[in-house]
Design a protein around this ligand. Structure first.
Ligand SMILES: [Zn+2]
Length: 138
């Protein structure tokens, strides 16, 4: 794996593990302890996916709407008011900072789940995803 372009020099200080054989890469730093977090070179979490299919499970929009109401009520209890314009906060900065955290948490979850792409291709549900906490790709 390599980072190219104008930002490449910013990542030069990150020495990545070179233990995996050709066709594989490890996301851990050089000299790490324990097993590699190895992926095939063609493994990508940014590639386009197939359209969604009906799983018959929860409506995630409704789950999010319920979570939003719960967060709104919690915010009012904590700050004594809902989020309102001109409240002295820079909303764009708050949102950007939370977006940075979100990207890291999402990627952490992806790493922790190590979703078995074969299970995804076979149309199995989330319960059947093979967890691989040891760090070695199947
Ligand atoms: Zn490694």
């Amino acid at each position: 794996m390599s980072i190219e372009g104008d930002y490449a020099k910013d990542f030069e200080h990150v020495d990545q593990c070179s233990k995996p054989p050709a066709g594989w890469y490890c996301t851990r730093a050089a000299g790490h302890d324990g097993p590699c977090a190895a992926y095939p070179q063609n493994h990508s979490v940014v590639a386009e996916q197939a359209p969604p299919k009906d799983s018959g499970k929860a409506d995630c929009w409704l789950l999010v709407m319920k979570d939003m109401e719960e967060r709104r009520v919690g915010g009012i209890q904590k700050y004594g008011q809902p989020v309102m314009p001109f409240n002295g906060r820079k909303a764009l900065i708050d949102a950007y900072q939370e977006c940075l955290d979100m990207a890291v948490y999402l990627r952490q979850a992806i790493e922790e789940m190590r979703i078995d792409e074969a299970a995804l291709d076979a149309g199995k549900d989330a319960d059947s995803y093979k967890l691989n906490p040891g760090g070695q790709s199947a």
